[in-house]
Ligand binder design. Structure first.
Ligand code: UD1
Ligand code: CA
Length: 457
């Protein structure tokens, strides 16, 4: 945390509709590796120690506010949205000071490295500039605003691509949309903005020309790393930034002791936590609020969402796990499906083509092959034979199956719930169990085999 920066106010511009996304969803709510876009700049500002953050929202304002309701940020609503300059005018109504400096960033530039924000602020302080702008040089500057300078290198103005002359369009130094302003200068300059541009909007970028006209100092800081300032206007940009965020997450995980066999094809969302010495094979997707212990192994094509795994858990190929809790040294898969509210305790084993839903499997349970276990509690050391089905649904209601400690369920049995199989009981292969089985007994519920002579033709 930077104590100097804690004195700053930050304004985040996030009111735009994001027309170019062609989406029903507000641009800043589009997810990037499991977090809404706006979470990235907000987290960065918070990490810098900035205490006062004002976010300007407009399009789908209520939805955006709801997503960040627990974040320490003040929301102001800009309605209608008349441009970035208008957005800052609205934000300034929530300012509780008229001295000092303000940092302005865009909600659609998520990568925002802290070091460059610090460097920009330092430069702004040291030069006493009324306005300082962070820039980068791009070989293909596209639709970004261009930095127009005189021969001495003084910044004259920023011109948007759509308003630029062909000569200005060839300028490769662009405005990242990140600025530090002295508050008194900014408040005054905002009042003088005019919508005399192609979009007939109030452009924040026009305050730069005002500083120049008033003979105030404008400074710029050119960052070397363009990808960090990639704005998101289209879904192509979204993919570029998502890829970069994914690389950063994967690097962080590897540096913390996680082996990724192929980081290029590994998808770990931002909030996922993984213990050291866990090995992850290609094409795994770890989502949401997922936590993995140490020494786990995820074979290829595993998807885990909102689940907790203990230590030394092995998940074999092509397994899907959602909203479940898995204890130490469990083995699951290949081709297993754990649906929400499944809890698998220590050393249990779930094999291929087994589906578990809303069930508790106690330590040492074995369900090796081709089963459906739903709404069930399965006691310690129970053996579930191949093809066992809990018939939990009668067409209207779900019912529970209770299988007590040490039970042996023979292959291809159907357990019609509600039903209880008592401790140490046996169910013969191929049974359809419709009534409780007492502890320690053997239940067989199937047609007796008959042997018949075959008449020769
Ligand atoms: C803006 C800059 C451009 C810069 C680029 C960097 C202006 C006029 N142009 O262009 O120089 O190179 O960012 O990424 O500032 N917003 C509001 N209210 C509005 C309009 C926009 O809050 O009325 C927000 C948007 O939600 C977005 C940000 O401001 O987060 C930038 O707006 P956008 O329309 O994307 O501007 P760009 O065309 O990218
Ligand atoms: Ca933009």
């Amino acid at each position: 945390m930077n104590t100097e920066m804690s004195k700053l106010v930050a304004i985040v511009l996030a009111a735009g509709k994001g027309t170019r996304m062609k989406s029903q969803l507000a641009k800043v709510l589009h997810p990037i590796m499991g977090r809404p876009m706006l979470a990235y700049p907000l987290e960065t500002l918070k990490n810098l120690g900035i205490k006062e953050i004002i976010a300007v929202v407009g399009y789908q304002a209520e939805a955006v506010k709801a997503v960040f309701s627990s974040f320490p940020v003040t929301f102001v609503t800009q309605e209608p949205q008349l441009g970035t300059g208008h957005a800052v005018q609205v934000a300034c109504q929530a300012l509780n000071r008229n001295q000092g400096s303000v940092l302005v960033v865009c909600g659609d530039v998520p990568l925002l490295p802290e070091v460059y924000l610090e460097a920009l602020y330092r430069q702004h302080q040291q030069t006493g500039a009324a306005a300082a702008v962070l820039t980068v040089e791009l070989s293909d500057p596209g639709s970004y605003g261009r930095l127009v300078k005189d021969v001495q290198g003084n910044i004259l103005k920023i011109v948007e691509a759509r308003d630029a002359t062909p000569e200005q369009l060839s300028i490769r130094e662009i405005n990242t949309g990140i600025y530090c302003f002295q508050i008194p200068f900014l408040l005054n300059a905002l009042e003088n903005l005019r919508p005399d541009n192609d979009q007939q909007e109030l452009y924040l970028t026009d305050v730069i020309a005002q500083a120049q006209a008033q003979n105030l100092r404008v400074s710029s800081l050119k960052a070397p790393e363009a990808i960090s300032f990639q704005g998101i206007n289209t879904r192509v940009d979204l993919a570029i930034v998502s890829r970069r965020v994914r690389q950063q997450i994967n690097e962080r995980q590897m540096l913390a002791g996680v082996t990724l066999i192929d980081p290029e094809t590994t998808y770990i969302e931002a909030d996922v936590q993984i213990g050291p010495d866990t090995v992850i094979y290609p094409n795994c997707y770890l989502m949401g609020n997922t936590r993995l212990g140490s020494g786990c192994c995820l074979e290829p094509n595993v998807k885990i969402a909102d689940s907790t795994l203990g230590a030394r858990v092995t998940i074999k190929m092509n397994t899907v796990i959602t909203e479940s809790i898995i204890a130490d040294e469990v083995q699951i898969g290949p081709f297993a499906h754990l649906r929400p509210l499944s809890e698998i305790r220590e050393k249990a084993r779930i094999g291929n083509f087994v589906e578990v839903k809303k069930s508790l499997l106690h330590p040492g349970v074995k369900a090796g092959h081709l089963s459906y276990l739903g709404d069930a509690e399965i006691g310690p050391q129970v053996n579930i034979g191949a093809g066992t089905i809990t018939c939990n649904y009668d067409g209207q209601k779900k019912h529970r199956t209770n299988i007590e400690t040490g039970v042996f369920i023979g292959s291809n049995s159907a357990l019609v719930a509600p039903v209880r199989i008592g401790e140490g009981a046996y169910v013969g292969a191929g049974s359809t169990i419709t009534a409780d089985v007492p502890p320690g007994k053997l239940a067989i519920a199937r047609g007796r085999q008959v042997i018949k002579e075959i008449k020769p033709k």
